[in-house]
Design a protein around this ligand. Structure first.
Ligand code: ADP
Ligand code: MG
Length: 265
């Protein structure tokens, strides 16, 4: 997809700087980065471990601890300045307008509740509905993320699911309220290579079918090539380069981007 300046971006990150309170001083770990995600588009943020990718996504979700972090700049989500929102409103925005999936799906699932209970709860949380309606909608979502024999798995606990299946559950949960933006922070990094491919295919399919915009965080240029329309390259807290993915691959300007590319088989 090409950039169209007439299109209103779903997400616009403007001069974002995020700092942490470390040993009594503010240490910036993301410095003055800017990018946009247009409707239906997938934008990748790529960079090595520690380059500030997760901090960027957690800043957008406003999930960083308030007393030890400081976010400067502007983050516009569907035209709303989310850094200006009160926490109760931000809670509604999370999940309904923007959802996030994490690298290790087990950290987001409660081991003591069944998969069905957790997805139903997410659904009811966003839209009042009866238990029966939530049950039916949960099974529809599990089918949507291609979980085999979805209806028979409603009453199972997370430990019964493989890593790949748990990530599918997390995607189902993230899509429960049909957010306009899905932030995926290295969702395939902890998975076997074949399962990685399946999860990427699933995200691509859902994105095409539902028109969800995706901000895809990864350290892997191979994954970027698979999924992203546009790419932002991060290096030690700076966005060193950004543009259409094909341009990044064929016409990269920054030596760090070229180093990342040389690692792609
Ligand atoms: P990655 O690109 O691997 O996702 P992160 O965004 O997690 O990198 O981290 C970027 C930098 O910020 C790292 O140097 C990390 O140690 C530091 N960092 C992350 N979270 C905190 C925190 N809560 N307090 C202090 N430093 C942090
Ligand atoms: Mg990270």
């Amino acid at each position: 997809m090409t950039r169209n300046d007439a299109v209103k971006p779903v997400l616009s990150v403007e001069n974002l700087t995020t700092s942490f309170l470390v040993e009594g001083g503010w240490k910036p770990v993301v410095r003055n980065i800017s990018f946009t995600v247009d409707p239906g588009e997938t934008v990748a943020v790529v960079g090595e471990s520690g380059s500030g990718k997760s901090v960027t996504s957690l800043s957008i979700m406003r999930l960083l601890q308030k007393d030890t972090s400081r976010i400067e700049g502007r983050i516009m989500l569907n035209g709303r300045d989310i850094l200006a929102l009160d926490e109760p409103i931000m809670r509604q925005v999370r999940g309904s307008e923007v959802s996030m999936i994490f690298q290790e799906p087990m950290t987001s699932l409660n081991p003591l509740f069944t998969i069905g209970e957790q997805i139903s709860e997410a659904l009811i949380c966003h839209k009042p509905m009866s238990r029966e309606e939530a049950h039916a909608e949960t099974i529809r979502l599990l089918e949507r993320v291609r979980i085999p024999s979805a209806s028979s798995r409603f009453d199972e606990y997370p430990h019964r699911f493989s890593g790949g299946m748990r990530q599918r559950v997390m995607i189902a949960m993230a899509l429960a309220a049909r957010p306009k933006l899905l932030i995926a922070d290295e969702p395939t990094t902890a998975l076997d290579v074949t399962i990685q491919g399946q999860i990427l295919d699933l995200i691509k399919t859902l994105q095409q079918e539902e028109g969800t915009s995706v901000l895809f965080i990864t350290h892997d240029m191979g994954v970027v090539a698979e999924i992203a329309d546009r790419t932002v390259v991060m290096f030690r807290g700076d966005a060193v380069e950004s543009g259409p993915t094909s341009e990044i691959f064929h016409n990269s300007r920054h030596p760090y981007t070229r180093a990342l590319l040389s690692a792609v088989p």
